[in-house]
Design a protein around this ligand. Structure first.
Ligand SMILES: [Zn+2]
Length: 411
């Protein structure tokens, strides 16, 4: 069949046969993987609308077959090593497919419910047709079995990083990608373009927050994960193969406790290399984790010579705030918040960039914007902010003139 990427894929899959009618359903008795169509993939607790997929009657498209087929490839990759299913114990998996079309680009692990590991996929788009994405979701099941901590801040970022790293190695190994052919890895070559920090308090670094919630992606777990994921790049550079990288991170996953955070990751890395049989790489891995500055998240004392920092005390009374930075010249946006345990906002940017700075609460109508000309916070609303940005009103610009500068805002 033809994938959305236009790749032609040969698909062969196990099916379940109803002995009375001979009808075929999408599922596998051996691996205990069952596929269902569902009207709303977000309503995990309300699955009465879920129906088994009768291959002869119900297939909405080839997309379901393809996701199911790729899921089996991921399952078998882990099983070959002796780890059956997300929890390693052959517990059944349910793949639910969104047939409403409302959840495009969605793939998720919905945790363990009613005896099943639940995975949800939208059909006919890249998410459900990517080995890496499916292996990412599968790894969430592995990590939760191995006691990953709360899905917030450092432990949430580790959860995402393990899924990204292991998910990527599974696809890289199955497809025999060289590092230069690995699109995910190549993203890190231009980390700043994608707003990824390369180490703590690099450009686009967001500190941990005292108020993880939906509004800040539980403490920016999907971005802070890159601080760990970037290690994959270093690992390939020192000659590790996808299988080595998989073995390293799987070993690390097995050493998780609910409290494993970034500092502990840095501490355990060399030891995990030893127990994974990769001791020749241990010194280089140790160096790589040290370069990430994972164990010290206090404000940097000095900056690289092409970077500047903007710092200020949260000007609002509320503590749960988002600090917005908008670069009108490059049409770039960046958000952060006060660092955990402080009321201070800080962000590092590249030399020559120029930012309009505002702070808002979750009721986004109220916000304050920094007026550079008057050196004061000015109360505004979203329309006023748009006006400032669209008119390129330079009274509100804060420019990072030269590297090493720290611009403190305050009344
Ligand atoms: Zn994830």
């Amino acid at each position: 069949m033809t994938a959305v990427s236009e790749e032609i894929v040969d698909v062969s899959i196990p099916v379940l046969v109803d002995p009375d009618t001979g009808e075929r359903y999408l599922g596998d008795k051996e691996r205990l993987i069952f596929c269902v169509d569902t009207a709303d993939i977000r309503a995990l607790d309300d699955r009465q609308d879920s129906t088994p997929i009768n291959m002869d009657r119900d297939l909405s498209s080839d997309g379901e077959l393809l996701t199911y087929y790729l899921f089996i490839q991921v399952y078998d990759y882990f099983a070959e090593k002796g780890w059956w299913g997300p929890d390693g114990q052959r517990t059944p998996c349910m793949l639910q497919f969104d047939i409403s079309g409302e959840n495009r680009g969605n793939a998720s692990y919905g945790e363990f419910q009613d005896g099943f590991h639940i995975f949800s996929f939208s059909i006919d788009d890249g998410a459900g047709q990517s080995l890496q994405v499916i292996a990412h979701e599968f790894t969430h099941g592995v990590s939760s079995t191995n006691h990953i901590g709360q899905y917030e801040n450092e432990t949430g970022a580790l959860d995402e990083a393990l899924s990204d790293l292991i998910g990527n190695t599974v696809e890289a190994d199955i497809r025999q990608w060289s590092p230069s052919e690995n699109p995910w890895l190549n993203g890190f070559r231009r980390a700043h373009k994608y707003q990824h920090a390369l180490y703590a308090w690099d450009e686009f670094y967001t500190p941990f927050t005292d108020h993880p919630d939906d509004w800040n992606d539980e403490g920016n777990v999907h971005d802070n994960s890159h601080l760990i994921s970037i290690l994959a790049w270093r690992m390939y550079e020192i000659g590790m193969t996808p299988r080595d990288v998989f073995d390293f991170w799987f070993t690390f996953d097995l050493t998780l406790t609910p409290k494993t955070d970034f500092a502990e990751t840095a501490m355990k890395a060399a030891w995990c290399a030893e127990i994974a049989g990769l001791s020749e790489y241990a010194p280089a891995i140790q160096q790589a984790v040290e370069d990430l500055k994972l164990d010290d998240n206090s404000l940097p004392e000095y900056l690289k010579d092409h970077q500047g920092m903007i710092v200020y005390e949260n000007p609002l009374d509320e503590v749960n705030v988002k600090a917005g930075f908008f670069d009108p010249l490059h049409d770039e946006e960046f958000a952060t918040w006060p660092a955990a345990g402080t009321n201070k906002v800080a962000a590092v940017f590249g030399e020559g960039t120029c930012w309009v700075v505002f702070v808002q609460t979750s009721e986004e109508d109220n916000l304050v914007v920094w007026n550079s000309a008057e050196k004061t916070w000015e109360s505004a609303d979203p329309e006023r902010l748009t006006e400032i940005v669209e008119n390129c009103d330079s009274d509100y610009y804060i420019e990072i003139f030269s590297g090493g500068t720290i611009t403190e805002l305050g009344e």
